[in-house]
Design a protein around this ligand. Structure first.
Ligand code: HEM
Length: 446
């Protein structure tokens, strides 16, 4: 029998380690890396005992390991997002669903969604106060929610209006419930699970309406993800069931809404602290360019990755990961901010310097805000396009007033790590928002 060899880690109890990781998400990780090296063991709520890695070779090895060696961790998300959710599936079933979900987010498809994003950004920014500090995160949340409802769900009219109010509260409730046991009886409105199920039933009914509307339309003329999924076929020629479509749309919303919004709020936070860079970006934007803006998005995600950990579970009897021997059932977490903070990969790693990505596209095993391997984020290109169009609109229509204030701290919102003050901005309008949009179709997307 092979003996497990695990890296060292702090001896403190699980709740203390958990509390620390909630209160100081980034600082906690960096402190442990400095103390124990680039692999260490932790014991935290939700994941339990786990090995955190950040050495590039080990991260690459984990991301390229076959699904019969490591699989996704299963943090009970199926109970909230539905059994068909990509997050809840493993093995062949995951591969089968993913095959249908990837094509709608392919780079060349994204041009169809740019107009929606720009419209939503212009509409939201029209309400921004001038010369007065305000948190941009709520605005970014509305832009990304509306964008997903229109581009992914193909929703409009009454269904759009209802989903906009129903989903944010249902998702917030669901993410709290995901870690609690299922009750034996349904107490309806009297219990949190009961309230969640009522919201879920209403959601399913709305998706059913959206599907029947789409089926009455000419599907070929529609670009939204719902219409594309309705036309897609599994390898055996069968279609996705309506239940599977409802689960996947909810998954896309949960995965794509808050993550993109918090990254945009971080972009505002970062840029206000670099007036020189802001000047360069505005000049580039005014001249119709985009290379520095794209590099800026990469650098925001390197320095402020909103998801800090992605996890895998060992499914083989043992997994030899670098010098470590991990037994079956072990959880491995990739420390995204740790690898992004590695001096040997990104010289002067704490500096916010988009120029490092101007002539060099990142290595996708080292720049990993979207995770990696067979579970890498399906919406990465969509999110990149969305951030690009939103930032372009902001720089075109507003002057973002720089600040000498201290950096905003990391704040854990459960799903994503956000700037603690919500990405405070002070803006002045540069011009009326009525000019025709330029296109970013040809821009690079990682
Ligand atoms: C800046 C924005 C975003 C960030 C930082 C982000 C990050 C991530 C990460 C870290 C993972 C886990 C990857 C892994 O385990 O290796 C993931 C998975 C996923 N993301 Fe995103 N994401 C973003 C936007 C989006 C958007 C816009 C969508 C869709 C509209 C989306 C859909 C998904 C889905 C469906 C998965 C599960 C993939 C699977 O299990 O096969 N994400 N994302």
């Amino acid at each position: 029998m092979t003996t497990a060899t695990l890296p060292p880690g702090p001896p403190s109890p699980r709740f203390l380690q958990g509390l620390f990781s909630l209160l100081a998400p980034m600082r906690g990780m960096r402190r442990m890396r400095d103390r124990y090296g680039d692999a260490f063991s932790v014991n935290v709520p939700v994941f339990g005992r786990a090995t955190v890695i950040s050495a590039p070779a080990q991260v690459r090895q984990l991301f390229t390991a076959a699904p019969d060696v490591v699989e996704n961790v299963e943090p009970n998300l199926g109970r909230v997002l539905g059994p068909g959710s990509l997050f809840a599936l493993t093995g062949a079933e995951h591969r089968k669903q993913r095959k249908l979900l990837v094509p709608p987010f392919h780079g060349r498809r994204l041009a169809a969604y740019e107009e929606i994003i720009e419209e939503e950004a212009v509409r939201e920014m029209a309400s921004w106060p001038q010369d007065q500090a305000f948190a941009t995160l709520p605005s970014m949340m509305r832009i990304t929610l509306n964008a997903i409802l229109r581009a992914v769900f193909g929703a409009e009219g009454a269904e759009f209006a209802r989903l906009r109010t129903l989903l944010p509260s249902a998702v917030a409730l669901g993410s709290r419930l995901a870690v609690l046991p299922l009750p034996k009886v349904d107490l309806g409105r009297w219990s949190p699970w009961g309230r969640f199920w009522i919201a879920r039933r209403e959601y399913d009914a709305i998706v059913e309406k959206l599907i029947s509307k789409a089926e009455q339309d000419d599907l070929d003329r529609r670009d939204d993800v719902l219409a594309l999924l309705l036309q897609s076929r599994y390898e055996d020629g069968s279609r996705m069931s309506h239940g599977e479509i409802a689960d996947q749309l909810l998954t896309l919303l949960v995965a794509g809404h808050e993550t993109t919004a918090t990254t945009l709020a971080w972009a505002v936070e970062r840029l206000r602290r670099r007036p020189d860079l802001l000047g360069e970006l505005v000049a580039e934007n005014d001249a119709g360019g985009h290379a520095l803006r794209e590099a800026t998005i990469l650098e925001v995600q390197r320095t402020r990755p909103v998801i800090d950990l992605v996890g895998r579970k060992v499914t083989a009897d043992v997994f030899d990961l670098g010098p470590w021997v991990l037994p079956k059932g072990s959880t491995v977490l990739v420390g995204i901010s740790l690898i992004h903070d590695d001096e040997s990969i990104f010289p002067n790693p704490r500096a916010f310097d988009p120029h490092r990505f101007l002539d060099a596209k990142p290595d996708l095993h080292q720049w990993i805000p979207f995770g990696g391997g067979t579970r890498r984020c399906v919406g990465a290109a969509f999110a990149t396009m969305e951030m690009n169009v939103t930032l372009r609109t902001l720089l075109r229509d507003f002057t973002l007033v720089p600040t000498a204030e201290r950096d905003e701290r990391w704040h854990s919102r459960g799903v994503a790590n956000a700037p603690a003050k919500g990405g405070l901005a002070v803006v002045r309008r540069r011009r009326s928002p009525a000019s025709p949009p330029a296109t970013v179709t040809a821009e690079a997307r990682p």
